[in-house]
Design a protein around this ligand. Structure first.
Ligand code: NAG
Ligand code: NAG
Ligand code: NAG
Ligand code: NAG
Ligand code: ZN
Length: 459
């Protein structure tokens, strides 16, 4: 009799543990472009501060990948790969094989033909986890024939942050979606225009802080706080302290290099056939820069590949300087604030904070790398990570996750209905915006709701 009793107890604990570990977690990742880590220290931001104190915070921020630009870093965050692996080497670059300039707005032009590159929303979709991705770079692209359930079709800055938040909460509430990723273009825009230390930045940060309060209110009211939220950024923002014009200053003849080059916080050129040595010897005369041939670039930058997207020579300014590509002095560029420099600089560090049922409460870590985010998301959503995503890991991040025992206190109103939901979607085009009507049928209950959706394509 005793043996049977013990067996039953063990069985009870076992099934309970299985139930807990199979509980479906949901994750919202918000990227606030150009939110420098130091802003958190320099400004009074009550909601973000509270969010950090309640959950997980990185006291020294999150390290971006090099170059510290928007497109490369959003793809590193999404794929867990360095730019040399995912191939997004700049915000806009020339692909010598496709004979095409690739930027964030390209449609499916063959730029994602490497099957090893897989954003988290594709990993999720392939493993039957539904996702919605709004305005995140590359979310409108097809990977290996796969797209997320909902994604924004066209990029625009015109949608207010709160409207994006409304959409995210509605998706979680009404659809069996477990991953939502939102991109917002501030405070990057203000940082470029006015510089990182302008009072204008503080106005923008305070507005964002208030919008996050709105998000947390909605998460509590509409989702019973049963949502994991990661707030992060792609890179920081620094003062532009100098300008170099290699063509205008006669360090370089435009005739000696191919016309497609990369400029800004770095300068990358492909010398014409046989001219590599000559071009190199000219460029090393520029004061306050370091010039590297492809194979000399320090390993930590992970910036010598791919060969069809990067030229043979890269010039790094030794200060937060801009290298311009025009032959004249007249060129429009970000005169005040910019980014793109060395990813270890304090000014280039991004933010990271996280809260929710999968995260530990009140935990500090020193810092993390943005290529770790892919693995954090896989861990929370119980996905098998892409075996080629080897740049990051969660080995050193175990302290940020809540253990199963403490997770038992959280309840979900979502899990119980998710498996029986049937979704019908109708979309109408109205005044350039798409409206969606979702009909959710669960046993005999029918929920009909409609709201403006941000240029989505729903499949
Ligand atoms: C959040 O909720 C609190 C308490 O209900 C309220 O005072 C505050 O105004 C709300 N904030 C926003 C931004 O909606
Ligand atoms: C940027 O420049 C401003 C004004 O010159 C200065 O106060 C500030 O400390 C600088 N910021 C950084 C991050 O260097
Ligand atoms: C550039 O280098 C010169 C010496 O070559 C030095 O005097 C100057 O301070 C440097 N400027 C910057 C911005 O680092
Ligand atoms: C967070 O943890 C620190 C110690 O690590 C403690 O001093 C502090 O009171 C905690 N805060 C809350 C709100 O629990
Ligand atoms: Zn950016």
């Amino acid at each position: 009799m005793l043996i049977v009793y013990v067996f039953q107890v063990v069985l009870f604990i076992y099934t309970d543990a299985t139930k807990q570990s199979s509980k479906k977690q949901r994750l919202l990742i918000i990227s606030l472009d150009g939110f420098r880590h130091d802003y958190l220290r320099e400004h009074y931001l009550p909601t973000l501060n509270r969010f950090r104190n309640e959950g997980v915070r990185a006291t020294h921020g999150m390290q971006p990948t090099y170059p510290t630009l928007t497109y490369p870093n959003h793809i590193s965050i999404a794929t867990g790969m360095y730019p040399e692996e995912h191939g997004i080497v700049h915000n806009s670059f020339y692909d010598r094989l496709l004979k095409l300039t690739i930027g964030m707005n390209n449609r499916d032009d063959g730029q994602w033909s490497d099957p090893k590159v897989e954003p988290i929303w594709i990993t999720a979709t392939k493993q039957k986890i539904k996702s919605a991705v709004l305005f995140w770079p590359a979310c409108h692209n097809e990977f290996d024939g796969v797209r997320p359930l909902i994604y924004s079709w066209l990029y625009t800055d015109d949608i207010p942050f709160r409207e994006k938040i409304d959409n995210a909460i509605n998706y979680f509430r009404e659809l069996p979606i477990q991953l939502v990723m939102l991109y917002h273009f501030e405070p990057d825009k203000q940082g470029h225009t006015y510089g990182p230390d302008s009072p204008k930045i503080y106005d923008t940060l305070l507005r964002l802080d208030f919008d996050i309060e709105y998000l947390l209110n909605k998460t509590k009211k509409e989702l019973n706080d049963d949502l994991n939220i990661i707030i992060l950024s792609d890179h920081g923002m620094g003062n532009v302290t100098g300008v170099i014009r290699p063509f205008f200053e006669k360090y370089l003849s435009p005739k000696s290099v191919e016309t497609n080059l990369l400029s800004g916080a770095l300068f990358n050129v492909m010398p014409k056939h046989g001219l590599t040595k000559k071009v190199y010897n000219k460029l090393i005369n520029i004061p306050n820069v370091t010039v590297y041939r492809r194979n000399e670039i320090p390993e930590r930058f992970h910036y010598s590949k791919p060969k069809h997207r990067l030229g043979e020579i890269t010039v790094f300014p030794n200060f937060e300087g801009q290298i311009l590509s025009r032959t004249t002095k007249k060129q429009i560029y970000n005169k005040k604030g910019n980014h793109g420099w060395d990813n270890t600089l304090a000014t280039m560090q991004a933010i990271f904070m996280a809260r929710g049922p999968s995260f530990n409460k009140n935990v500090s870590i020193h810092s993390l790398n943005n290529v770790d985010i892919y693995h954090i998301a896989c861990h929370i959503l119980k996905l098998n990570p892409n075996p080629h995503a080897t740049a990051g890991s969660i080995v050193d991040l175990t302290s940020i996750f809540r253990t199963i025992e403490t997770m038992t206190t959280s309840s979900s109103t979502f899990t119980s209905i998710s498996s029986t939901i049937t979704t019908f979607t109708t979309t109408m085009n109205n005044a350039n915006c798409l409206y969606s009507i979702y009909v959710l049928i669960e046993k005999n209950i029918i929920i009909i709701s409609s709201y403006r959706v941000l240029y989505p394509t729903v499949r």
